[in-house]
Design a binder for this molecule. Structure first.
Ligand SMILES: [Zn+2]
Length: 318
């Protein structure tokens, strides 16, 4: 049997390659990938051709175990799994057993993309929300809309959702946002930018920056109230972001970098995310709007960049 996978071979260009079916070694599992999310964190690397090509992207897979290597316990062929393994724009992909978790029977594969689930739940767990807090989410892409669902679960009483795209705002309203705004239309009562107003009721308890952009980050700094929490969930790929530390100081806010590297933390958050999905408390599957074949990975990334009508989340079906 032969395996087929997509690899980036030059900036913005991929090709499909064949290889002999990989054999799982000690501690490894061979997974037949049924779906793999297309992640914004890979957009710039794909555009810029880094790491050095050829390089295999795709780190948001779900699929079915087809074989297990020596020493693997707890997984067997036909088990549905998701996890933290890369190079998954591929019909078959090797994973280490400690990188994967079973998908609950009730949960469809598109709702069980383990990596973004883990990042979202972890980001939420690092962002303290009290009962009846007033919160804002800036940037209503896949991650922002996922976080919105988690904030509601945490007991936020009022959710203000902000995005430049009308259809993103509409989706946020469908998911239970109480107010939606274009960034230019955010009411003055939600902006605390003057020191002499720090004792006013201006601003929100918790503001999650999920756009990964400079304007989003700037707005988040303005919208958080004095002693509030600013949580940076967006993945900022530019190293030259400007923030108003003076304002952060006089507001006395807590700033949370909602990202994580530790493998154990991500696996625990993934487990929690799958449980919440099983219980019907969150649903990332409804955010999947665009599907592509293995030959169309380049189009998936360019659509992620250009956001055609209705776009929220792309997946590749290898
Ligand atoms: Zn991702």
């Amino acid at each position: 049997m032969v395996n087929r996978y997509s690899q980036m071979i030059a900036p913005g260009r991929s090709e499909v390659v064949e290889e002999p079916t990989p054999a799982p070694q000690v501690g490894e599992v061979l997974v037949k990938v049924t779906v793999c999310g297309v992640c914004a964190s890979e957009l710039h690397p794909w555009q810029e051709g880094r790491p050095d090509p050829p390089y295999r992207f795709g780190h948001e897979p779900a699929g079915v175990v087809v074989a297990v290597g020596p020493g693997v316990t707890g997984f067997a062929p036909d088990d549905r799994v998701t996890g933290l393994f890369t190079g998954a724009y591929s019909r078959l992909c090797l994973a280490r057993a400690e990188q994967i978790l079973p998908i609950p029977a009730e949960v469809p594969d598109t709702a069980a993309l383990g990596e973004p689930l883990a990042c979202l739940v972890n980001g939420q767990r690092r962002t303290r929300v009290e009962l009846a807090d007033r919160v804002a989410v800036i940037g209503l892409g896949f991650m922002g809309l996922g976080m919105l669902q988690l904030l509601r679960l945490r007991g936020a009483a009022r959710i203000v959702a902000i995005d430049v795209r009308e259809e993103a705002r509409q989706k946020a309203a469908e998911l239970g946002a109480d107010e939606v705004y274009h960034p230019a239309d955010v009411p003055d009562t939600y902006r605390l930018t003057r020191f002499d107003e720090w004792q006013s009721t201006k601003g929100l308890d918790v503001v999650v920056e999920a756009s990964g952009t400079q304007p989003g980050l700037t707005l988040a700094g303005e919208m958080v109230k004095a002693h509030g929490i600013l949580s940076i969930l967006g993945y900022h790929q530019a190293s030259d972001r400007q923030v108003d530390v003076g304002m952060w100081n006089w507001k006395a806010i807590d700033v949370v970098n909602a990202h994580v590297r530790r493998h154990a933390d991500l696996m625990e958050s993934m487990r929690i995310g799958l449980e919440l999905t099983r219980g019907g408390l969150i649903d990332l599957g409804q955010l999947v709007t665009h599907r592509y074949g293995l030959e169309d990975v380049d189009r998936a990334y360019s659509d992620l960049r250009d956001k055609p009508a209705g776009f929220i989340k792309a997946v590749v079906l290898p």
